[in-house]
Design a protein around this ligand. Structure first.
Ligand SMILES: [Zn+2]
Ligand SMILES: [Zn+2]
Length: 216
């Protein structure tokens, strides 16, 4: 499974025209499906970054929105006419034009054979879902902002198997001991203590940013 960061606060692949912005989006390519996890804040920037990374948005067949914050769902409006009637998994019901083929997520459920959602988890200030991805060697969590807290997300994700990796926004996260035993941590987007994570876990830390590709 191949993950490509297409929207982030930072750029990984420098000097090629990628634009950073506050927000997050990650493209997930499996053997037979392409899922976009979050859409960043601005559709224009999302499309610019995809173009430069050689990604045709028409290949997206499912979209998952982690939570209803503008920096995660903002790109949907622009994406709508391009991707058409794809499956959209989100926690809330928004304007019909953004709703595509809507599934309102409550409980943990399958997105594809290798990708599952934790279901709606209670968070402050908003509820959120994270994805649980089946990699070659174990399970990975892909999170938007981690508003429910990493511990809560991991507790929900563990129902699928042992978690060996964490990728995504880790907002106010500072309970670093939770990361012990992981094989990969890739703090992105709104992670407040990125440097601290790199310092504490140099062997497993992976630098994020737009253009970063992670094969799991
Ligand atoms: Zn965010
Ligand atoms: Zn958020």
């Amino acid at each position: 499974m191949k993950l490509t960061i297409v929207y982030d606060n930072e750029i990984y692949e420098k000097n090629v025209g990628l634009k950073s912005d506050w927000g997050f989006s990650c493209l997930i390519e499996t053997k037979d499906e392409t899922i976009l996890f979050d859409t960043g804040a601005k559709g224009k920037i999302l499309l610019n970054n995809m173009k430069i990374l050689g990604i045709d948005p028409c290949i997206i067949n499912k979209i998952v929105i982690s939570h209803e914050h503008w920096d995660h769902n903002g790109g949907l409006k622009t994406l709508g006419p391009i991707v058409g009637d794809v499956e959209l998994y989100r926690l809330g019901k928004k304007q019909p034009s953004e709703n595509m083929n809507l599934t309102t997520v409550e409980k943990p459920q399958e997105i594809t054979k290798e990708i599952y959602t934790t279901g709606k988890l209670r968070g402050t200030p908003v509820n959120e879902q994270s994805l649980v991805l089946k990699g070659e060697n174990g399970w990975y969590v892909l999170a938007g902002c981690s508003h429910p807290g990493v511990e809560t997300i991991f507790d929900a994700a563990k129902q699928y198997g042992d978690i060996i990796g964490l990728i995504g926004g880790l907002h106010g996260f500072d309970d670093f001991s939770i990361l012990e035993g992981l094989e990969v941590v890739c703090p992105a987007h709104c992670t407040k203590h990125k440097k601290k994570i790199y310092e504490l876990f140099p062997k497993i830390s992976v630098e994020c940013g737009i253009g970063k590709i992670i094969e799991i």
